[in-house]
Design a binder for this molecule. Structure first.
Ligand code: ZN
Length: 706
């Protein structure tokens, strides 16, 4: 970490063409998947790579972060106009597409903690403030709150629930701690914040306080902002507590586009919102509550970084919550820019990033917007030189992602029919918080991302791919089974938490998500601002440039491919591995009699068909349009029409956000969640649904060879 800044300034050469002159794309011309002859495309890519500009990305970031721009505010609309202007300047057919979605702004947020004698221990939330960065002082900074919180007035005793994971609540059950009417206090981290509220609500809690513990992203990790990158004492993580594991998007219109003229009669009662109050806190405000809390001492791994022993409660402190949320159907604005394809105009390559931020949003999401704008800049230069993509390219700037992926979800629901032919969705969100490249993708696109990064220079020297492959981030306990391939750059699976969700898990569009990561303790606070970014993430904006190049190259290479470069052999192998893991887990859970054989046989048939399709992809002869159509339909084949049990909006049988993790992917979710719930009949039925989906995919692959 301390080496990071010297390295990037020492080894990065501002005269960029020199850097990638060392990496001529032509050197790999013979072997780029998807191309019969890469020579012409290599020239296009070289021309593209020369354009994204670090200084301009920095200027764009500064403009995007000049004001707080929460979804549906006038400041948010200004950023839409700015992005639209940039899209048009590059030659994209640009439209601002509005939706009307139900979202809340906080009118009142009040937390008061009392000692048994009535003495006030804390009254908050304290406005975000730190010496040395005036970011929190702007009156347009929205007070700390949770999107989708309930309104009301409650008073209750307090119970500490660690990270608010399923296992934490089970531990409280074991200790016979009754949560009815209680205020649950838990710390951020380990799962999606909506899951914490979901589990607390299921157990009868009256409200939830979610705070940022210094052990997880504060001074225990390193120096706090403005000295270092970690969360300062009064920094608060805002965020949505929507139950997005049920469905994402506008709470009132699951499966339907929430266009401005949609009649009220077409809207339903929200099913993805908590009913109880949830309020986020800084550790400055949480500490007096936790310190006063009595009851048993916590299990050792529940102890956080504050300088006193934590207790489970209840006792010692009572908390009063007052929450008044102004829920309205508000207008939001996606910006959509198209370049019609010359050969396959109905086949779309979609690339997107959200634009709304909880506050200034330098890292999240404006680093992604700046990177996308420089990718658009590069594509614009190609257009002016006479290039036309074979497939239609669609660049998208989503709104209201922070409230629950609303802009992207509504757009996907509106364009569902057309998206059956979308060959890929390339997402970027938290594009740059540091120098470590990371990516997640469907298995069919993992090698595609690796290949693209082999053509992009790293500010640290050599290629993004080499730096990525040789980096060793600490292993994450939530890494998916497919995460680590020996001697390969690691890649994750797609769960949720950003705008690829509706594309992949509702509409079946093959997707990727990329980012460049580093220590980032100011997530969703007022301090995720331009000054923080420049000091901690990317002083010379060279990682913004790197991300613009990777994102743009994904888009251009996919749009121009002769044969869609999906790797279904890898997909079949990963599904086989998921089934083996699930089978072992079933045996451990006393469900050893479940019959996995039909699903495993289907996976074996898919592997055979995939190997034959791969030969057809390599040969690249005959009717390529037909080959591409069946290759694309293979991903759609994984959708089940009835969707997942209890959450029919999620249709993908291989990937979904976990009901109890929210962000992290659950693989073969129907099967795994039934096993976790010890429901043998449901698990067997879901195995049959999965086997059918895998067989459908195998059938598509067989047609791809004929
Ligand atoms: Zn974001």
């Amino acid at each position: 970490m301390t080496l990071r800044k010297p390295l990037s300034t020492l080894f990065f050469c501002a005269a960029l063409p020199l850097v990638f002159a060392l990496l001529p794309a032509q050197s790999q011309a013979p072997s780029v998947p998807g191309y019969r002859d890469f020579t012409a495309e290599a020239k296009v890519e070289d021309q593209f790579l020369a354009v994204p500009n670090a200084k301009m990305a920095g200027e764009e970031l500064k403009i995007l972060t000049v004001e707080p721009h929460v979804a549906a505010t006038p400041e948010d609309y200004k950023t839409a106009l700015y992005v639209a202007e940039k899209f048009r300047a590059a030659g994209l057919e640009t439209q601002i597409v509005p939706y009307r979605v139900l979202i809340n702004y906080p009118k009142t947020e009040q937390v008061t903690a009392y000692a048994p004698d009535g003495k006030v221990l804390m009254s908050g939330p304290t406005p975000e403030h730190v010496e040395g960065d005036p970011a929190g002082e702007n009156p347009r900074v929205v007070m700390p709150f949770n999107g989708s919180s309930g309104s009301g007035n409650v008073t209750g005793e307090v119970v500490y629930a660690n990270y608010g994971r399923l296992e934490d609540f089970k531990e409280l059950d074991t200790q016979h701690v009754d949560l009815h009417g209680k205020i649950v206090i838990c710390r951020y981290g380990q799962n999606f914040r909506g899951v914490k509220v979901y589990l607390a609500e299921q157990r009868g809690a009256a409200g939830v306080l979610i705070y940022s513990d210094p052990q997880d992203d504060g001074y225990v990790k390193g120096d706090a902002w403005p000295i270092g990158p970690w969360r300062p004492e009064m920094g608060v993580q805002r965020g949505s507590v929507q139950y997005l594991f049920r469905y994402s998007g506008d709470p009132e219109t699951p499966g339907v586009a929430s266009t401005p003229d949609l009649p009220d009669s077409a809207r339903v009662t929200p099913q993805n919102q908590p009913h109880i109050i949830s309020i986020p806190l800084s550790y400055h405000d949480a500490a007096p509550i936790l310190q006063a809390l009595k009851g048993p001492s916590v299990p050792q791994d529940w102890q956080g970084g504050l300088p006193f022993r934590y207790h489970v409660g209840p006792g010692g402190v009572t908390v009063h919550l007052d929450s008044d949320q102004d829920y309205q159907r508000r207008l939001i604005w996606d910006v959509i820019g198209k370049i019609p394809g010359s050969q396959y105009p109905d086949d779309w390559v979609v690339t997107g990033n959200h634009r709304d931020a909880w506050v200034y949003g330098a890292v999240d999401p404006s680093s992604g917007t700046a990177a996308m704008l420089e990718a658009v800049h590069g594509v614009g230069v190609l257009l002016r030189s006479g290039w036309r993509p074979k497939r239609t390219i669609v660049f998208c700037s989503w709104d209201a992602e922070e409230y629950g992926l609303m802009g992207s979800t509504e757009w996907v629901e509106q364009n569902e029919q057309q998206l059956q032919r979308a060959v890929a969705y390339f997402n970027v969100d938290v594009a740059v918080s540091g120098p470590n490249f990371e990516a997640s993708a469907v298995p069919s696109l993992k090698d595609f991302v690796r290949d693209v990064t082999k053509s992009v220079p790293s500010p640290l020297g050599s290629t993004v791919y080499e730096q990525w492959k040789n980096s060793h981030p600490p292993e994450n306990e939530h890494d998916s089974p497919g995460m680590n391939v020996p001697n390969e750059a690691r890649m994750g699976d797609l769960g949720s938490g950003s705008d690829y969700t509706a594309f992949l898990q509702h509409a079946g569009v093959p997707s990727t998500d990329i980012g460049s990561e580093g220590p980032y303790g100011v997530y969703h606070s007022a301090f995720d601002d331009f000054a923080w970014f420049k000091q901690n993430a990317d002083p010379d904006f060279v990682y913004l440039q790197e991300m613009a190049r990777v994102l743009g190259l994904e888009t251009v290479r996919m749009a121009d491919a002769d044969v869609l470069p999906y790797d279904y052999v890898a997909y079949a192998q990963e599904i086989g591995a998921y089934l083996s893991t699930a089978k072992r887990k079933a045996a451990d859970n006393g469900l050893g009699s479940l019959d996995f054989a039909p699903a495993q046989a289907a996976a074996a048939r898919m592997l055979t068909a995939a190997a034959q399709a791969q030969a057809a992809q390599t040969a690249a002869t005959g009717d390529l349009a037909r080959l591409n159509t069946f290759l694309r339909q293979t991903e759609t084949a994984f959708l089940s029409p009835e969707g997942l049990p209890k959450r029919p909006w999620y249709k993908h049988t291989v990937y979904a956000p976990g009901e109890y993790t929210g962000y992290a992917a659950v693989v073969i979710p129907g099967v795994n969640e039934a096993i976790d719930a010890h429901e043998a009949a449901r698990a067997q039925q879901q195995l049959a649904v999965l086997a059918q989906a895998i067989d459908n995919a195998a059938q598509c692959l067989k047609k791809a060879q004929l």
